[in-house]
Every structure is written in structure tokens, then in C-alpha cells.
Design a protein around this ligand. Structure first.
Ligand SMILES: [Zn+2]
Length: 76
């Protein structure tokens, strides 16, 4: 995975696709919600049901990326 490819990836939990991902030892980390996504066979697995949530967070809907999305919706 090269840096140019990485720079195009966004957190799948952010419907606006603004949150970027950074690489760490085991996979990719969302810069906004700190969710962790695995990399399998060199390919990032960016699907919500593979997500590893930050400690203390049990609900996907409580993550910053999702909360930002929900706020957006209710403002309309
Ligand atoms: Zn995120």
C-alpha cells in the first residue's frame, strides 16, 4: 500500500468521507474517530462490521464520525 493510495482512503463510518486514515502496525486508524480497520493480504478492509472501536466505545453510532453524520441529518 503506497502513500498516494492511503491518502485517498476515508473512514467508512464517515458518510461525508472527510475523515482520513493513517497507518499503524496492524492496520489503519481513523484520524477522527480512532477506529481501527484491519489490513488483510495487503488490502485495507474498510467495512463497518470489521471495525475495531476505540476502548470504551460500544456503539458504532456513538463514534465521532457517525455523530457528525447524525448531527448533519437532524439539522435539515
Ligand atoms: Zn472514523
Amino acid at each position: 500500500m503506497d502513500d498516494a493510495f492511503l491518502a485517498q482512503l476515508r473512514c467508512p463510518l464517515d458518510p461525508k468521507r472527510e475523515a482520513t486514515l493513517t497507518r499503524d502496525d496492524q492496520g489503519l486508524l481513523c484520524s477522527r474517530c480512532s477506529c481501527h480497520f484491519p489490513v488483510k493480504l495487503g488490502l485495507p478492509v474498510l467495512v463497518p462490521n470489521e471495525v475495531e472501536m476505540p476502548e470504551g466505545n460500544r456503539e458504532v453510532s456513538q463514534l465521532p464520525c457517525q455523530r457528525a453524520a447524525n448531527r448533519q441529518k437532524s439539522r435539515k
